[in-house]
Design a protein around this ligand. Structure first.
Ligand SMILES: O=P(O)(O)OP(=O)(O)OP(=O)(O)OC[C@H]1O[C@@H](n2cnc3c(O)ncnc32)[C@H](O)[C@@H]1O
Length: 191
């Protein structure tokens, strides 16, 4: 029975602030929260803010990438203190057995300080892209150069280009946002 039928008030939407203006990250945050909480009847709004990551534009290790996501959450909270949740998403690469793997870290925090972290699935970059990144180019522009695209980082991303959209950048980010919300779904457990 819906709340209108019972005469109950519809609970207000909860606000999510994402520390980026990249539509891939905003869409992934909204879909991740909906995956985890829409069955509970929760509704969400999302807003993006541009904040510093505090790490290089192209994080080059797993730890640097996680640090960027943590810094973004902190900076988003300072910029928009009235939100219910803050989400930091940082894309990065990491050297692995002679190749470069690509992935992102997601960090979510709420007003109480409860925090969840998750890493996306990782995939290996082709040498044509990896060489440009090792030489100092960001992954987004390197993809655009190798694949002849424009602003692919705000569209299907490297993984979308490499899989012909069987898996997109947003797909792997949605899954990681959902997993980063595990501590918010299991309030009786310790994380
Ligand atoms: O505006 P922001 O939030 O910074 O969004 P961004 O797309 O630039 O993303 P990041 O700073 O998190 O990522 C650092 C760089 O790595 C790139 N990157 C990371 N993961 C990627 C992916 O899956 N596909 C394409 N580019 C990716 C990204 O485009 C940047 O050039």
């Amino acid at each position: 029975m819906g709340s209108e039928e019972t005469g109950g008030a519809v609970p207000p939407a909860q606000s999510i602030v994402v520390s980026s203006k990249n539509p891939v990250k905003l869409g992934a945050a909204l879909d991740g929260f909906a995956n985890m909480f829409s069955k509970d009847g929760s509704r969400f709004t999302v807003k993006g803010v541009s904040v510093a990551s505090g790490v290089p534009e192209q994080p080059m290790t797993d730890d640097e990438t996680l640090q960027g996501a943590l810094n973004r959450v902190q900076n988003a909270r300072e910029a928009e203190p009235e939100a219910d949740y803050w989400v930091g998403i940082e894309g990065g690469v990491n050297p692995h057995r002679g190749s470069l793997e690509s992935f992102a870290w997601v960090v979510v925090t709420d007003k109480t300080g409860r925090t969840g972290k998750a890493r996306t699935a990782a995939f290996y970059l082709p040498e044509e892209v990896a060489k440009l990144v090792r030489d100092g180019m960001e992954l987004g522009p390197a993809d655009d150069l190798v694949f002849g695209r424009q602003n692919s980082k705000q569209k299907n991303g490297a993984v979308g280009l490499l899989t012909d959209d069987a898996v997109t950048r947003k797909d792997i980010y949605v899954q990681a946002v959902t997993m980063a919300l595990i501590p918010f779904k299991n309030l009786n457990l310790t994380f």
